[in-house]
Design a protein around this ligand. Structure first.
Ligand code: ZN
Length: 257
C-alpha cells in the first residue's frame, strides 16, 4: 500500500492511498489534482475520507463523488453538502485490507474527526486534517483550548511510529515559532535543518513521525518545564494548569510573526 501527498491550492495536501488499482483520498479540497493522478496512474477512485467541513478539504468531493460514485465518510457532528456516512469516536470501517478507527478531535472545528489505521508490515497512518500539524496545531475556529488539548492528547497517545498525515505544509513556519518557544531544544534544531533541506528540494516534510512530534512540537509539550517557562514569559498572568499554558501558547502563536 502506497501513500502519496497530492499538492493542492498553495499549501494543502490531499493524501492518497493506492492499492491494487484502487485509490482512497482524504480531504479533496479540489478534484483536479485527484483526477489527474488517477488518469496518469490508471487507478480507480474507491473511497473518500473527510475530516472537517472547511472548503479547502471538501470542495472537490461532490465532483469526484458524481464521477466515481464512491463511498464518502465524514464527521457526524458537522453538515457537509454531499451524501456521506457520518462517523464519530470509536466508529470502525474497512477499506482494502485496512481497518480505520475514527477519533473525535474537536478544536479547529466543532466536529472535526481523524482517521487512524495500521497497514500490515507498515507504520500506522493518521489522517488528522487541521488538528495536528508538524511542529504546530490548527487554529481554534470553533472549539476551545480545552477541547483542542484533549484532542491532541488523544493523538499523542497513538503509537510513536504513526505517520502523521497533516493537511498543510506549514512545517517550517511552525518550527520557527517552536524555536522561539524552546531555543535550547536540540531535537528541534536538528529537525529544522532536516525540513529546510527537504523544502529546498521542494519535497514535502510530511508525513511526520509522531514520536518526533512529541520531542519538537510545543503544542504536544505543554507539560515540559521549558515550554511552561516560555509561555509564562509571554503571558505572566497564566496559571501553571496545562490548559492555561496551552491556551496562552496558542494565543502566542496567533500573534507571532
Ligand atoms: Zn480547516
Amino acid at each position: 500500500m502506497k501513500l502519496i501527498p497530492l499538492p493542492a491550492f498553495s499549501d494543502n495536501y490531499i493524501w492518497l492511498l493506492q492499492h491494487e488499482g484502487l485509490a482512497l483520498v482524504v480531504d479533496p479540497g479540489e478534484s483536479a489534482p485527484v483526477s489527474k493522478w488517477l488518469k496518469e496512474n490508471k487507478h480507480q477512485l474507491d473511497c473518500i475520507l473527510v475530516t472537517h467541513h472547511h472548503g479547502d478539504h471538501t470542495g472537490g468531493v461532490a465532483a469526484l463523488q458524481s464521477e466515481w460514485g464512491v463511498k464518502v465518510y465524514g464527521p457526524s457532528q458537522e453538515s457537509l453538502p454531499f451524501e456521506y456516512t457520518p462517523l464519530k469516536q470509536g466508529a470502525i470501517f474497512a477499506w482494502s485490507h485496512l481497518v480505520f478507527q475514527t477519533l473525535d478531535v474537536p478544536g479547529h472545528t466543532a466536529g472535526h474527526i481523524a482517521y487512524w489505521a495500521h497497514p500490515t508490515h507498515q507504520d500506522p497512518l493518521l489522517f488528522c486534517g487541521d488538528t495536528l500539524f508538524s511542529g504546530g496545531c490548527g487554529r481554534l475556529f470553533e472549539g476551545t483550548a480545552a477541547q483542542m488539548l484533549k484532542s491532541l492528547t488523544q493523538l499523542a497517545a497513538l503509537p510513536g511510529n504513526t505517520r502523521v498525515c497533516c493537511a498543510h505544509e506549514y512545517t517550517l513556519s511552525n518550527l520557527k515559532f517552536a524555536k522561539a518557544v524552546e531555543p535550547a531544544n536540540l531535537s528541534l534544531q536538528k529537525y529544522i535543518a532536516h525540513c529546510e533541506h527537504l523544502r529546498a528540494q521542494n519535497l514535502p516534510t510530511l508525513p511526520a513521525k509522531l514520536a518526533n512530534e512529541l520531542q519538537i512540537n510545543p503544542f504536544l509539550r505543554t507539560r515540559q518545564a521549558s515550554v511552561i517557562e516560555a509561555v509564562k514569559k509571554f503571558a505572566p498572568q497564566s496559571s501553571s494548569k496545562e490548559v492555561d499554558i496551552f491556551a496562552n501558547l496558542r494565543q502566542w502563536k496567533n500573534e507571532y510573526k
